[in-house]
Write a protein that binds this ligand. Structure first.
Ligand SMILES: NC(=O)c1ccc[n+]([C@@H]2O[C@H](COP(=O)([O-])OP(=O)(O)OC[C@H]3O[C@@H](n4cnc5c(N)ncnc54)[C@H](OP(=O)(O)O)[C@@H]3O)[C@@H](O)[C@H]2O)c1
Length: 285
């Protein structure tokens, strides 16, 4: 069997197309959305991501004020920038690029951020809102995966979704999201991790398997039942080489699968802008 591909590009395009008139309406009302970005240090991959996000912000009609702190910046330097963005009237949403240099406590910086400006949806207040089903910014990769499955008409409601990984940016919030009582969620969600050594017993009984680990090639065909849907969220970079969790041979067993490149990534970026625009809409209201 060769799986149907589930590209993220068309999903991202649909999300961004929905945002365009909303951005226009905000601008017409005198509130151009602003996405502030903070980069600490010299990591070239991080600098590349920030540049790409700023260019996309400009293309969409958002302002993108940016602060680049040096590699030896202190925690106090970072907190000062976060507070500045919290207070800035023209900044609706803020991104603190991860990873940060070792002297920086990323979680402490996140805690300092105004939860309503937290574009990644990772502030404890927003994780709490997600757990309680309250409105607020939802972590971007989980939101992108839900949208990807809905866009490609992969049913989730009432079906068994197994998430491999319980990390804070992906597996854990995704489990909260897909178990919510909504038509595009409503799943029976199982989360497996290093504490479940026989996790293949679970993935083999799944309708949908989502890899959210960061261990290249961890998910293999023998862990799957024929026809299952496979979503690859976890990746590791070695230099510029992207190494996904999902071994390519899974496509021989799966019924549908995200492509090695251009799957979850584009949907994550689209959701970042959706969070930024929604933050602007809330502040403008
Ligand atoms: N595509 C995107 O845009 C995007 C965005 C965000 C994240 N990601 C990727 O998604 C992955 C997960 O991110 P995260 O921040 O949630 O990661 P994380 O916090 O590092 O969590 C990784 C999870 O994988 C589990 N795990 C590790 N090795 C395992 C093994 N051998 N068997 C079973 N489970 C194992 C860990 O289990 P324990 O809890 O037991 O340690 C943990 O729950 C990363 O690769 C990250 O790069 C991608």
């Amino acid at each position: 069997m060769t799986a149907r591909l589930l590209p993220g590009g068309p999903v991202a395009d649909a999300v961004l197309a929905d945002l365009a008139p909303r951005i226009e309406a905000l601008v017409a009302a005198g509130h151009r959305p602003g996405l502030g970005t903070i980069l600490v240090g010299d990591d070239s991959a991080s600098a590349g991501y920030i540049r790409m996000k700023m260019e996309k912000a400009t293309a969409l009609g958002l302002t993108s004020p940016h602060v680049h702190l040096p590699q030896d910046a202190t925690q106090a330097d970072l907190l000062a920038v976060v507070r500045e963005f919290n207070a800035a009237g023209d900044v609706d949403a803020v991104l603190i690029q991860h990873p940060t240099p070792p002297q920086i406590d990323f979680d402490a910086a996140l805690l300092e951020l105004d939860p309503d400006k937290d574009v990644d949806g990772l502030h404890p207040v927003n994780m709490g809102r997600l757990a309680l089903g309250m409105p607020g910014p939802v972590p971007c990769t989980p939101a992108g995966i839900e949208a990807l499955l809905a866009h490609h008409e992969i049913p989730v409601s009432g079906r068994h979704v197994v998430i491999l990984g319980r990390g804070t940016t992906l597996g854990r919030p995704l489990a909260l999201l897909l178990s919510q009582k909504r038509p595009s969620a409503n799943a029976a969600v199982t989360v497996v991790h290093t504490g479940v050594p026989d996790w293949p017993e679970y993935t083999r009984r799944a309708d949908v398997v989502i890899a959210a680990v960061g261990v290249p090639g961890i998910l293999r065909p023998e862990h799957l039942t024929p026809g299952v849907t496979v979503v690859g969220g976890g990746v590791r970079y070695e230099g510029k080489r992207l190494l996904p969790d999902v071994d390519e041979s899974c496509a021989e067993v799966a019924g549908a699968i995200t492509p090695r490149v251009g799957g979850v990534g584009p949907t994550t970026i689209a959701m970042l802008f959706r969070n930024a625009v929604e933050a602007a809409e809330r502040r403008a209201a």
